[in-house]
Design a protein around this ligand. Sequence first.
Ligand code: ZN
Length: 432
Amino acid sequence: MASYRARWVLPVSRPPIENGCVHVEHGRITRIGRHEAHHGATDLGDVAVLPGFVNAHTHLELTGCTGRVPFRGSFTRWIADLAAVVQSDYQQGEEARREAIREGFRQSLAAGVTAVADIGHGAVAVEEWRRAKVHTVGFLEVLGMGPRRLTPHERCFEDAVKLVEGDARAEETARAEAHGSLESSANSSSLDPSLLSPPLTGSVLRRFGLSPHAPYSTDAALYWQVVAYAAQAGVPVCTHLAETREEIAFLSTGTGPFRELLERLGLWDGSFAPPGCSPVRYMAQLGLLALKPLLAHVNYASDDDLDLLAGHGASVVFCPRSHAFFGHEPYRYREMLARRINVCLGTDSLASNASLSILDEMRYLAAGGGLLHSQLLAMGTLAGARALGLSDEIGSLEPGKLANFAVVPLDYPATCDPTADVLLGQAPPAAF
Ligand SMILES: [Zn+2]
């Protein structure tokens, strides 16, 4: 058994505990409360101990893209620019993409992120997800639009399903053998690394699922295939949704910049019938909302859309700094939270953001005001765990849950409000 004492413990699911102590056995939390001298705890000092942060939307394959794809006012142009950068990177071979994913996991841990929902492609992504010492929900991306001879939709779907199923078998074997454990990132923080050896021999959680890319790149038949498979196999599903005004125009009338992009790429053959409704309603019609999916962005949503999301129990990932990068209209997260929609946080990829840190996202929002700090902290932890289907195991500090922590030094002129101190401070976190 191990015990850790900290100036503050922030369980998220209940109020902060001053002079708190967390007890850990076999990789799980057994007890949390006030520190007592007889606990014989390792003293972490003037820090706050929190549940590890959850990044509910990222593309770790793009970790090498920082600053390389500037936004010039048009989202479709940005997508085309990004595709060109990715294509030239991929020509350097598989190893570069592998290293990008590994580096993404390293940067995540160094930012106190202990769980990610990552979108990736092919066996390389699956192998890296399996190797990662971070809880991972890996979504294999499928897409396809227009002429089948150019985008082999079925093969894309079948390949992804094969990888998901192959992994389910591999995971069963792994579970029968032994568990890995999370790594510690104390070396990158201002904390004494010797204090932060990982307290666990507990499991690293992994779930693999499918991500039809977006309504402008994935036709209805392919969405249906994914929905039918996911419903039967019980795998998680994620999609990019309602990200831009251009997407709204494309779905309502089949026109606008996305139509032009598809035409330029030779992917418009007239077979796509615009549903004539909002992206959210379209997903309800396709049966996707019934799967309680993880929906990335949802930047443009009407009241009706929000009611639909609330009614279906979908989770929405807000990516605050990526949202600002593209200059989107104000995000409706207050209205979403008021409807009890599960709103969590993501960084998106480093092509549209400066770091893979969820604490940076929370600090960015905290600086803008308008939300309770406790609400923000829950978005970056427990809401993310719920969205990933992992809230029985992680997302808050409670007896029985896995023992992985984010530790934030309290360098801000400390007040009696540790949540504010964490969110308004600047000290880099660590994970252990
Ligand atoms: Zn994305």
